[in-house]
Write a protein that binds this ligand. Structure first.
Ligand code: F6P
Length: 740
C-alpha cells in the first residue's frame, strides 16, 4: 500500500508541476496584454490632454494649468496628472501626486530628453500606477512635460485571480485523479491479487477438491491464471500419486519417510485423532522492531525436530508465549495459526508471570534439572520456592491442555522435555482416554546422580502418568528404569520394558530424535556460492571449521577452543590457513552460570586469538547472536570440518543438521562420544571432548582427509539420517502410543 501512495504522490507532483508551468505562462501572457492595453490607452489619453495643456503652458497660465490638473484628477483610471517645466520643476500637480512628484519626475525628464513619450510601472503610496510622460513643445523646442498616472492595480488583482482559480482547479483535479487511481488499482490489481493469493494458499493447504475460492479475475491476469490452474491440476495428480504410494509403504517402517507419508499415516492409522503437542519453548517468537512486528525461530533442538512434524500433522502446539510481541499476535483465545507465512497448525500460547518464569524455568528447570541430568560437572541448585513454581506452572500447562482437549475423543497428547515432567499424570488423571506421551530430550543420568534431587519421587511419579516415556538412547531408558526401581514402588517388566504403578502401565522406549531430511533449504541452497560468502565475511583462509551451539556449558565450547589452540601449536603449518567460526546463540542469559560461561567463552576466544594472530588473520571468529536456520545452513556448507564437542548431550541435532546440509557429500564431522547422535553417526570422527590432544589430532585428520574418503563417510552419514528422519521418529512414537 505504501508504494501505491508513493506512486499517487509522484503523479500529483508531476501534475502540479505541469499546472504551475501552464499557469505561469498564462499569467505572463495576461500580464503583457493588460500592460500593453494600459500603455496604449495612456498614450491616447495623454495626447488628447496635451491638446488642452500645451496652449496654456505656452501662455504661462499656471493657474489655468492647476485648474486643469485638478479637473482631471481621479477620473476613471486617471489617478492624477503633473506638469513639469523643462528644468524638471513642477508647475502643477494633482493632490494625490504632490508628495510623489519628486520620485516620478525622472520619467518626465527622460521623456523631455528623448523628446518622446516615456512610461513606466511604479509602486506609489496609493498602489501600483502606470506613469506616462509626453513632452510639451512651443514652436521651436521642448518646453516641458505632461505626466499622467493611471491606476494599474487591477493587473495584479487579475493575475492573482488566475493563480487562485488554477490552484483550486489543480486541487480538485489531483483529488479526483488520486481517487480514480486508487480505485483502479484496487479493482484491477489488488482484488485479483488477493483472490489469486487465496487460491494459491488453498492449493498449498491441500484444499484442492473442495472449498477452493473461485478464481474470478480480469483480463490482465488471465494468462497467469491459466498457468496457475494448470500447475494446480498437476499438483492434484502428484499429491494423489504420492498418497497412494505412501499408503503402500505404510507398513514398512524402514522405507523412507516423508512429510506426505506421515500425513497419510496420521489419516489412515490414527483415523484423524488430533495431536496436541506441548512444550515450554514455542516454535515462533514474535518481537517488536520499531513499529513492526517480526518473528524468529528459537535456537532449540526440540523445536527443530518437532516443527516439521506439526507442519505435516496439523493439530495444536501449546507452549509458553515468550516474545515481547506475542500477546499482540494472538486471538482472544491466545491462539494463532503458524507458520506465520504458511499456516498449517495452531499455536496456543500460555502466559507466565515473571515470578513463575524465575522459579519454574530459570530456577528448577535450568538450575536444577538441567545440570542434574547433564554430567557436565556443574552443580545443580534446588530451591523449595523454585519447586513450588515448577509444580504451579506444570499445573497451569495441564489446565490449558485439558481445556483444549475437552471436545476431542481419545486425543493424543505429546509432552516435550524436562520442563513439564509433572504434566503427564495431571492429564491422565482427568482424561484416562487420552493417549499421553512424554519425550525426554536431554540425558537421564544414572540413578545415583539423580537421587540427589529432593523431589525425585514426584518427578518420576509425574512422568509415569504417561502411557509412553521416550528417551534418546537405550542407556537413558536403562538409567530411568533403574532410578524408578530405586526410588518408588512399582512393577517392572524388563522384557516388555514397562513400568506399572497404581494400576497404570507406562512403556519406556528409546526414540533417537532426528531432523527433517532432505534439508528444507535445499532449493535456495543450490544458488549458494561459498567463495562469495567467505569474501563477505572477510575470511581468506583455505580451511574452515564451524561450531554451532547455544551458549551453554554442556556444549564443550571451552574444550573446543582449547583443542584449537593445541591443534595450531602441534601443527603450525595451519597457522594463518585455518579459521574456526563459532556461531553462539545467547541462551538463558538471566542465569548467573550462563553469564559466567559466556564471559569465559569470550575471554578464551580472545586469549587463543592473541596467541596466534598475524597479518590481519586470527584463528577464531565468534558470532554471538541468534542466526536463522537458513543462515546456519550456509556456514555448514562452507566448512571443511564441523566440531560438535558436547560434554554430555541427549542427542545434539547440530551434528545431524550439518550432515543434512552437505548435499555436496563433502566435509567432515567431529563428534563427541557423549552425545546421543554418536550412537548413530558412526562415520564421524568420534572424540572425547575432555581430551584436547585427541580433538586437535581429529581436526588435522579431518582437514587432510581425501575428497574420496570424505564423500564415502558423508554418504553413509546421510544414509543414516535419510533412513531415520524426524517423520519416521514421530511415526514410531505415534504407532507405539496408539498400539499400547
Ligand atoms: O533440547 C533441550 C532443550 O532444553 C529444549 O527443551 C529447549 O527448547 C532447548 O534445549 C533450548 O533451551 P531453552 O528452550 O531453554 O532455550
Amino acid at each position: 500500500m505504501k508504494q501505491i501512495f508513493a506512486a499517487v504522490f509522484v503523479i500529483i507532483i508531476i501534475i502540479s508541476l505541469i499546472v504551475a508551468a501552464f499557469t505561469l505562462t498564462q499569467v505572463q501572457q495576461e500580464d503583457q496584454g493588460l500592460k500593453k492595453g494600459l500603455e496604449q490607452r495612456s498614450i491616447l489619453l495623454a495626447e488628447s490632454l496635451k491638446e488642452t495643456v500645451q496652449p496654456n503652458f505656452i501662455n504661462k497660465s499656471d493657474q489655468q494649468l492647476q485648474n486643469l490638473v485638478d479637473k482631471f484628477e481621479d477620473k476613471q483610471r486617471l489617478a492624477g496628472m503633473a506638469i513639469y517645466d523643462n528644468k524638471g520643476g513642477t508647475i502643477a500637480t494633482s493632490s494625490s501626486l504632490i508628495t510623489q512628484v519628486l520620485k516620478t519626475k525622472k520619467i518626465a525628464e527622460d521623456a523631455m530628453d528623448a523628446d518622446t513619450a516615456n512610461g513606466d510601472f511604479v509602486e506609489l503610496n496609493n498602489g501600483k500606477m502606470y506613469l506616462l510622460a509626453i513632452p510639451l513643445h512651443d514652436e521651436k523646442s521642448v518646453v516641458g512635460a505632461l505626466m499622467i498616472a493611471q491606476d494599474a492595480g487591477y493587473i495584479d488583482t487579475r493575475l492573482n485571480e488566475i493563480w487562485r482559480s488554477n490552484l483550486l482547479g489543480l486541487f480538485i483535479q489531483a483529488s479526483l485523479i488520486s481517487i480514480t487511481i486508487l480505485f483502479i488499482i484496487r479493482w484491477l490489481i489488488i482484488e485479483p491479487m488477493r483472490n489469486l493469493v487465496k487460491f494459491l494458499k488453498s492449493t498449498r493447504a491441500e484444499d484442492l477438491e473442495e472449498n477452493s475460492p473461485s478464481l474470478l479475475t480480469n483480463f490482465f491476469f488471465r494468462p497467469l491464471v491459466k498457468e496457475i490452474s494448470s500447475i494446480r491440476r498437476k499438483l492434484i495428480k502428484a499429491r494423489f500419486a504420492a498418497t497412494e504410494e505412501a499408503k503402500l509403504g505404510l507398513e514398512k517402517l524402514n522405507s523412507t519417510w516423508t512429510e506426505q507419508r506421515l500425513k497419510v499415516f496420521i489419516k489412515d492409522v490414527l483415523k484423524d485423532r488430533t495431536i496436541f503437542m506441548v512444550s515450554n519453548r514455542e516454535p515462533y517468537i514474535h518481537t517488536k522492531k520499531g513499529r513492526n512486528i517480526n518473528y524468529y525461530i528459537p535456537a532449540s533442538g526440540m523445536v527443530t525436530a518437532i516443527e516439521p512434524i506439526m507442519e505435516a500433522c496439523g493439530g495444536m502446539w501449546i507452549a509458553q508465549g515468550s516474545g515481547d510481541a506475542d500477546k499482540l499476535t494472538v486471538d482472544e483465545e491466545d491462539k494463532l495459526r503458524v507458520p506465520p507465512d504458511e499456516p498449517k497448525y495452531t499455536l496456543k500460547r500460555v502466559w507466565l508471570s515473571e515470578k513463575e518464569k524465575a522459579g519454574y524455568y530459570y530456577g528448577f528447570s535450568n538450575e536444577g534439572l538441567w545440570p542434574l541430568c547433564h554430567i557436565a560437572y556443574t552443580r545443580p541448585t534446588f530451591r523449595k520456592e523454585d519447586w513450588e513454581e515448577y509444580k504451579n506452572v506444570n499445573g497451569k500447562f495441564a489446565q490449558n491442555i485439558l481445556n483444549e482437549i475437552k471436545d476431542y475423543e481419545r486425543p493424543i497428547v505429546l509432552i516435550q522435555d524436562f520442563q513439564l515432567a509433572l504434566v503427564p499424570k495431571m492429564i491422565k488423571n482427568s482424561r484416562p482416554d487420552a493417549s499421553v506421551g512424554i519425550f525426554w530430550h536431554i540425558p537421564w543420568p544414572n540413578s545415583e546422580s539423580f537421587s540427589v534431587c529432593p523431589w525425585k519421587k514426584e518427578i518420576i511419579d509425574g512422568m509415569l502418568g504417561a502411557d509412553l516415556v521416550g528417551f534418546q538412547t537405550q542407556q537413558h531408558c536403562n538409567n530411568f528404569i533403574e532410578t524408578v526401581s530405586r526410588e518408588i514402588e512399582s512393577l517392572l517388566d524388563f522384557e516388555q520394558l514397562t513400568i506399572t504403578r497404581n494400576g497404570h502401565t507406562s512403556c519406556i522406549k528409546p526414540f533417537p530424535i532426528s531432523i527433517a531430511f532432505p534439508n528444507r533449504f535445499k532449493n535456495k541452497d543450490d544458488k549458494f556460492n561459498s567463495m562469495k560468502f567467505l569474501k563477505s565475511l572477510n575470511i581468506k583462509t583455505k580451511y574452515i571449521g564451524v561450531g554451532v551451539d547455544r551458549l551453554d556449558y554442556t556444549k564443550g565450547i571451552l574444550e573446543r577452543l582449547k583443542a584449537i589452540e593445541i591443534f595450531l601449536k602441534r601443527y603450525p603449518a595451519y597457522v594463518g590457513n585455518f579459521t574456526f567460526i563459532q556461531i553462539a546463540a545467547p541462551s538463558r542469559s538471566k542465569i548467573k552460570e550462563y553469564q559466567r560461561f559466556t564471559e569465559a567463552v569470550e575471554k578464551e576466544v580472545e586469549r587463543v586469538n592473541n596467541l596466534f594472530r598475524k597479518n590481519g588473520w586470527k584463528p577464531i571468529i565468534l558470532f554471538k547472536r541468534h542466526h536463522t536456520q537458513e543462515e546456519i545452513s550456509r556456514f555448514y556448507k562452507l566448512a571443511n570440518v564441523c566440531l560438535v564437542t558436547s560434554l554430555h548431550d541427549g542427542m545434539n541435532l547440530v551434528a545431524k543438521e550439518f550432515v543434512a546440509a552437505r548435499n555436496d557429500e563433502k566435509g567432515v564431522l567431529i563428534l563427541s562420544q557423549f552425545t546421543g547422535s554418536s550412537r548413530e553417526l558412526k562415520d564421524a570422527l568420534i572424540i572425547n571432548p575432555y581430551n584436547g590432544e585427541q580433538t586437535a589430532d581429529a581436526i588435522k585428520v579431518a582437514l587432510e582427509l581425501s575428497p574420496l574418503e570424505q564423500t564415502k563417510r558423508m554418504k553413509k552419514l546421510r544414509e543414516v539420517i535419510k533412513n531415520y528422519n524426524v517423520y519416521r521418529w514421530s511415526a514410531e512414537i505415534l504407532k507405539t502410543i496408539t498400539n499400547l
